[in-house]
Structures are given as C-alpha cells and as structure tokens.
Design a protein around this ligand. Structure first.
Ligand code: IMP
Ligand code: MG
Length: 179
C-alpha cells in the first residue's frame, strides 16, 4: 500500500482490505445471531456507509431489508456538530427493529439525531453498526455503537467509503492523514 494524495493532503496506509473483510465478517456473524428472526430494517447512511453496508448485508445469514438516508455533518476535516438531513427516509419504521449502518462513529451527533428521529417515528428499536469507532471523539455521552469493526483514535481517515471533501471514497484500504 502506498501513500495517497487527495487535494492538499497526504494519507498513509492504516487498515488494509483483508483486515476490513475480516472485521465485517465478525460483525455479520454477531448481527446474524442477534437479529435472525426479527426481520430488521438496515438504514445505510449515505454516502460514506455504502461500501460497508453492501459488504455487510451480503454476509448475513438471512435476507435483509435495506434503505438509505443521507445526512452530512462534516466540512473539510472537522464535524460541524450540526446534522443536516439531505435525503429523508421514505420507508415506514413503525415497530421495526432498525439497524443504522454508518462508516464511522465520531462525535456521535449523527447517531443521536437519527436515533431520536427513528424512535419518534415509532421504530421498535434502533441500534448502530459502524466499521470504525472513535471512542475519544464522543460529544454525546453514553452513546456507543452496538457493533463495530475497529476502535481508532481521533485521527482523520479516508477510503472504503470515507472521504476527504468527497475524495478517496473508492480506495479499497483505509488511510490516515499525515500531519
Ligand atoms: P459523527 O456525527 O460526528 O459521529 O460523525 C459521523 C460522520 O462524520 C460520519 O458518517 C462521516 O461521514 C464523518 N466522519 C467522521 N470522522 C471521519 C473521518 O475520519 N473521515 C471521514 N469522514 C468522517
Ligand atoms: Mg457519513
């Protein structure tokens, strides 16, 4: 894996494709065990989670319903703290067991906002599956993902769906910013 340059920044190899695959397999096993008989609705948070969601759902041992929602909270390298709804949910969630699928949990603002919204629409339960979890970045105390692949520090990462100003999403591996 080589260093990549995106716009004005350089990124160095961090988590390789094989490690990502293994982590997703483990999450898929855990979700399969817990949700096999509850017909959960997976909500993929666009755009970043699309790679993770597609790979994850194909590894479940049941056939799953998936839909999409689009929100944005990041500008350049930092979270604005404000979660903007760019494409709302169309499917009814009433009494559904909902699993939000996102690329990374950082401040937790996205999860908190979506969880509130889905519960207010009558979801039976709401949980979160993320590939990456930044525990030290939490600004919403007491919130953590129910399923995650890797715990990482507060560094900014790209690849496998994660972007720097919309660049770098299609990289197969995950890269971390070089300071
Ligand atoms: P939160 O609301 O702060 O938890 O942030 C969640 C969203 O911020 C994620 O869905 C990503 O889109 C974005 N984000 C957070 N950290 C990173 C990062 O390191 N690289 C790219 N996007 C990130
Ligand atoms: Mg995102």
């Amino acid at each position: 894996m080589e260093t990549v340059k995106l716009g004005d920044r350089e990124f160095i190899p961090f988590i390789c494709e094989d490690e990502i695959k293994k982590a997703i397999k483990k999450i898929a096993c855990d979700i399969s065990r817990q949700y096999k008989n509850s017909n959960p609705l997976f909500i993929c948070v666009l755009k970043g989670a699309v790679f993770f969601a597609v790979d994850l759902l194909r590894l479940l041992d049941f056939s799953a319903d998936m839909t999409f929602i689009r929100v944005a909270s990041y500008c350049d390298l930092t979270s604005t703290g404000e979660v903007k709804m760019l494409q709302p949910l169309i499917e009814p969630v009433k009494n559904r067991q909902v699993i939000i699928v996102d690329d990374v949990m950082d401040s937790g603002c996205t999860y908190r906002a979506l969880k509130r919204l889905l519960l207010s629409q009558g979801a039976g339960s709401v949980s979160l599956a993320v590939l990456l979890y930044k525990p030290d970045a939490s600004k919403c105390g007491g919130i953590s993902p129910d399923f995650y692949g890797f715990k990482i520090g507060n560094e900014f990462v790209v690849g496998y769906g994660l972007d720097y100003n919309d660049m770098g999403r299609s990289l197969k591996d995950i890269f971390v910013i070089k300071d």
